[in-house]
Write a protein of this length. Structure first.
Length: 173
């Protein structure tokens, strides 16, 4: 896995999985652009090898792809932002929230529950694949440790849950 020209220490809290393709190791570092706004800067996207954007972002994906750039969609796999567009779907899908990350004001999903894995696969990942993104940028993976601090008796369940989720994403996509 390439570090995109950034040290692994700086990427400690971020996990980039290239699920739909593998990026070959090259002598030159991969440069990337991150923009979670609703309308990312397409010129900036075209100027970088890889862009990470919100799955709700509005831009001409074909135009960016035409110049050879890769585009990955952001997915938070442990935490749910207070303004996440899918938040109203959590309760009807049996997703339980288990506390708040005070730093980001986001809530922890019960990642040990199979309902969470099913939800991420069907409600978050599937639309990303349908839109034509090259892969997923998985964020908050390390938050399973924060969740385990609040529920130490379930720490192993949470670890197994996040591993299971990542394997399911890779297998499905």
């Amino acid at each position: 896995m390439r570090t995109c020209g950034v040290t692994l220490k700086k990427l400690r809290c971020i996990l980039l999985l290239c699920l739909s393709m593998q990026i070959a190791t090259a002598s030159e570092p991969l440069n990337f652009y991150i923009d979670y706004s609703l309308i990312p800067d397409e010129a900036a996207m075209r100027a970088h090898d890889l862009s990470i954007v919100s799955p709700q972002a509005r831009f001409d994906m074909a135009r960016v792809h035409k110049t050879g750039q890769e585009i990955y969609a952001y997915i938070s796999v442990v935490e749910v932002a207070s303004d996440a567009p899918y938040r109203p779907k959590l309760e009807p899908n049996g997703i339980r929230l288990m506390g708040t990350n005070e730093l980001w004001k986001s809530d922890f999903a019960d990642i040990a529950a199979p309902e969470w894995t099913r939800f991420v696969l069907s409600e978050l990942a599937a639309p990303i694949v349908e839109q034509g993104f090259d892969g997923f940028f998985l964020d908050t993976v390390d938050s399973h440790e924060l969740l385990a601090q609040g529920f130490p008796d379930r720490a192993q369940e949470f670890r197994k849950g996040i591993i299971s989720l990542i394997k399911a994403l890779k297998s499905a996509h």
